[in-house]
Write a protein that binds this ligand. Structure first.
Ligand SMILES: C[S@@+](CC[C@H](N)C(=O)[O-])C[C@H]1O[C@@H](n2cnc3c(N)ncnc32)[C@H](O)[C@@H]1O
Length: 395
């Protein structure tokens, strides 16, 4: 697996040129293959589209031959390298990275790795940019195509970051390398197909925070929302970890699942809600808060839990019946976390019974807010919530 810069063949060290030349089969995108001079009778095969579905057949056809697969820059940075290693195993794929577009971009901007956030527009979904916007932050956004810069500039304007400086670096490392710069609100630039967007964030931080517990106003809701202090407590007990899957059962406005996803780009979540209006609201909240990957299911919890992938954590905010609690507990992986919130006596009794059998912590959370009473102020208690949280024994 050999990484290419945008200049291609002439940038390859001699030992890798020899490797490419001696290959029986060269795999690559049409752009990659076009960057390598012809070496007949070498066979050249373009990557299939869709990639994941077609790769196993292609790899089967070329197995046993000397194969070199080409990629852009660092093949393991948002590249085909990750897919091939996943399919064939790390020992079967020897990777020779070239300078990545990200390293080039940092070099052009003079930005250190520590001060920069890498953002990938997965599947072209722009909304993910929203969760990384903090004043003074440097973003390097891997574009999908020539239209991405204009679309990103619009997201910045929508989020109050219109003064952010946008620098689009095109064809990095090639003779045709380009650099276009302007504030997001005045961005009119055209970009080449191959580009990276560098954003120096300028805007107000508003409600943005890395910690769980966004203000309730950040969510569109009809009252069915786990309020901020309780939400922060729930997420503390759910313990989001990179790559892990959450079930948010009775998702309401989706706040628990959304904050789980905002905790790390690798986190995954499924929200289950039986009220259609709320399902629509969850989807728009997820987009607005930079968690477009949230999977939202319009369903009764009991009808769908059995078909879901095994979770690492489950939050039950509504529809807590004996069946949904038992099914959630048994579906949890070892070390999995379950958190249930109840406001009714009936649900509380089910939770107490589970607590007796599975252990964990039972807490009664009541928050009081200071509110005006005429010219004075007094405490107004919010409805108390009983929280059961438990970790499934690794044993
Ligand atoms: C208190 S709200 C959850 C709030 C949510 N945690 C949030 O912060 O956005 C409870 C939700 O559970 C939903 N619900 C209740 N029973 C359900 C069931 N059996 N299946 C799916 N959803 C259910 C209700 O429609 C309601 O939206």
């Amino acid at each position: 697996m050999i990484g290419l810069t945008a200049r291609g063949w002439s940038d390859l060290p001699e030992r890798l040129q020899v490797m490419v030349q001696n290959a029986d089969v060269l795999l690559g995108s049409p752009r990659h293959l076009g960057l390598i001079p012809p070496f007949p009778p070498q066979q050249r095969l373009p990557y299939p589209s869709p990639l994941r579905e077609g790769l196993p057949t292609l790899l089967g056809e070329v197995s046993g031959r000397r194969v070199v697969a080409l990629a852009s820059g660092d093949p393991l940075l948002a590249g085909i390298g990750s897919t091939l290693v996943e399919m064939l195993g790390a020992t079967a794929v020897r990777v020779h990275p070239a300078v990545s577009s990200v390293a080039f971009a940092r070099a052009r901007m003079g930005w250190s790795e520590e001060s920069t956030q890498l953002v990938r527009l997965r599947g072209g979904d722009l909304d993910v940019v929203r969760r990384f916007l903090f004043p003074g932050r440097h973003l390097i956004i891997l574009s999908r195509d020539a239209h991405s810069p204009t679309a990103v500039a619009q997201v910045l304007i929508d989020e109050g970051y219109g003064d952010s400086m946008v620098t689009v670096l095109g064809d990095l490392g090639a003779d045709s390398e380009s650099r276009t710069e302007s504030a997001a609100r005045t961005w009119k630039g055209h970009a080449p197909e191959l580009n990276v967007i560098c954003v120096a964030c300028a805007g107000s931080s508003g409600a943005a925070s890395l910690a769980a517990g966004l203000p309730d106003e950040a969510f569109d809701h009809d009252g069915q929302l786990t309020k901020r202090d309780l939400r922060a407590s729930a997420l503390a007990h759910l313990m989001p970890r990179p790559g892990e899957l959450l079930w948010d059962v009775g998702a309401g406005a989706g706040s628990i699942a959304i904050e789980w996803l905002r905790s790390h780009p690798g986190c995954r979540a499924v929200a289950i809600e039986h009220n259609l209006d709320r399902v629509k609201r969850i989807r728009s909240n997820a987009e607005a808060l930079g968690a477009p990957s949230l999977e939202v299911l319009h369903s009764e919890a009991a009808d769908v839990l059995a078909s879901l992938p095994q979770p690492n954590a489950v939050f039950i905010g509504g529809g807590a019946t004996v069946e949904t609690l038992e099914r959630s507990w048994s579906a949890l992986q070892a070390g999995g976390r379950l958190v249930v919130h109840a406001v009714t006596q009936e649900t509380e009794m089910i939770m107490v019974d589970c607590w007796k059998r599975y252990g964990g912590e039972l807490s009664r959370l009541s928050v009081e807010h200071l509110e005006p009473i005429g010219r004075y102020h007094g405490w107004r208690p919010a409805r108390a919530v009983v929280q059961w949280s438990a970790v499934k024994d690794v044993g």
